[in-house]
Design a binder for this molecule. Structure first.
Ligand SMILES: Nc1ncnc2c1ncn2[C@@H]1O[C@H](COP(=O)(O)OP(=O)(O)OP(=O)(O)O)[C@@H](O)[C@H]1O
Length: 324
């Protein structure tokens, strides 16, 4: 028996495709009553992880459960989980209604659910149009309607905002919030933080198959820290002094130091105490998107030398500490 909790639990999940380690020791829990964003750059392993959660591919090791059971052991899975992995596979000569009726028949769901799903996604007026003429946004809505046919407790959506115009994104946001507010569960992936930052309550961020952040988006916002960027004549001496004062510090590629959580005035005072001359000072505030780039930059560039001290649950990153 499944536990009816609405929880998705991923534990120590790994997937290798030959030499590619697409998902590496991934662990997180998705809770009901909230929209959880699954965020990472292209190729980070999001789709692979979602496919393992949905039982479409077998993990190399680790486990993924929904309501306490692996997907393939769920009774009536369509009534528990609705999934959208791809908004493309529609027969172009079928109408939206016909498409949904085919799925409803396969799922043993009454036809009345078809009209309900069309209403829910705002496609009632296009119900008898052939899907071949649908825009990407309409196809996204139809894919969502397909996932909703079984009136599921949990939605798993791969890049559902992809191709939606701002109005479509606003609509999706309202829909998913209402869905989650009723105590249901939403896990949605995206590679674009801006696209989902106002939609999600929680975030799981992955980079190179690994989890680099798991926590509330508000905690991430709170972690947006000021940095003072300074050019010093004796950087190592200044690093020692600012660390002694309790600040984190990063060496930037251009030779400057970034003192985390300090303003340039505080750094100037410390530099004076240490007898270090400063040639340039700049105050910087990191926004959420920059934070995302910094968290995931190891995928494309060298990993950062220093993990900024932030709240939330920071998963282990190669070469870095764990929770900070
Ligand atoms: N069937 C497969 N065979 C070989 N490699 C694969 C396969 N599926 C995925 N990969 C590789 O695994 C890595 C993760 O891919 P995945 O599609 O899961 O990432 P993603 O985060 O969903 O990316 P995107 O945002 O571009 O969709 C990539 O390097 C990809 O090339």
């Amino acid at each position: 028996m499944h536990d009816g909790s609405g929880r998705i639990h991923v534990q120590g999940l790994n997937k290798r495709f030959g030499p590619v380690h697409a998902v590496q020791d991934l662990s997180f829990t998705v809770q009901p009553g909230a929209v959880t964003g699954f965020l990472g750059p292209n190729g980070a392993g999001k789709t692979t992880a979602l496919r393992m959660i949905l039982g479409l591919i077998t993990p190399t090791s680790g486990s993924a459960t929904i309501n306490g059971l692996p997907f393939h052991r769920l009774p009536n899975p369509g009534g528990i989980v609705g999934a959208v992995l791809d908004a493309h596979g529609f027969h172009p000569n079928r109408t939206a209604r016909h498409h949904l009726r085919c799925y409803a028949a396969a799922m043993n769901v009454p036809d009345s659910q078809v009209d309900r799903a069309l209403e829910l996604v705002g496609l009632a007026a296009a119900a008898d149009r052939k899907t071949g003429g649908f825009s990407l946004g309409m196809r996204q809505r139809l894919a969502l309607a397909t996932a909703l046919l079984g009136d599921p407790q949990i939605l798993v959506l791969d890049e559902p905002a992809n191709g939606l115009d701002p109005e479509g994104i606003a609509w999706l946001r309202g829909f998913l919030h209402a869905f989650a507010a009723g105590g249901r569960t939403v896990l949605m992936s995206s590679h674009f933080l801006r696209e989902i930052e106002n939609t999600v309550d929680r975030l799981v961020i992955i980079s190179q198959g690994r989890c680099v952040y798991d926590g509330h988006i508000e905690e991430l916002r709170a972690a947006q820290q000021a940095r003072a960027l300074v050019q010093a004549d004796s950087p190592d001496v200044l690093v020692g002094r600012v660390q002694q004062a309790g600040f984190g510090v990063e060496y930037l590629p251009d030779g400057r130091l970034a003192v985390i959580g300090a303003d340039s005035r505080a750094v100037a005072d410390l530099a004076r105490e240490a007898g270090v001359a400063l040639y340039a000072m700049q105050d910087e505030r990191i926004d959420l998107e920059q934070l995302f780039f910094r968290l995931t930059q190891g995928q494309y560039a060298g990993l950062p030398q220093y993990a900024p001290p932030m709240r939330g649950t920071w998963a282990d990153r190669p070469g870095e500490g764990g929770d900070v």
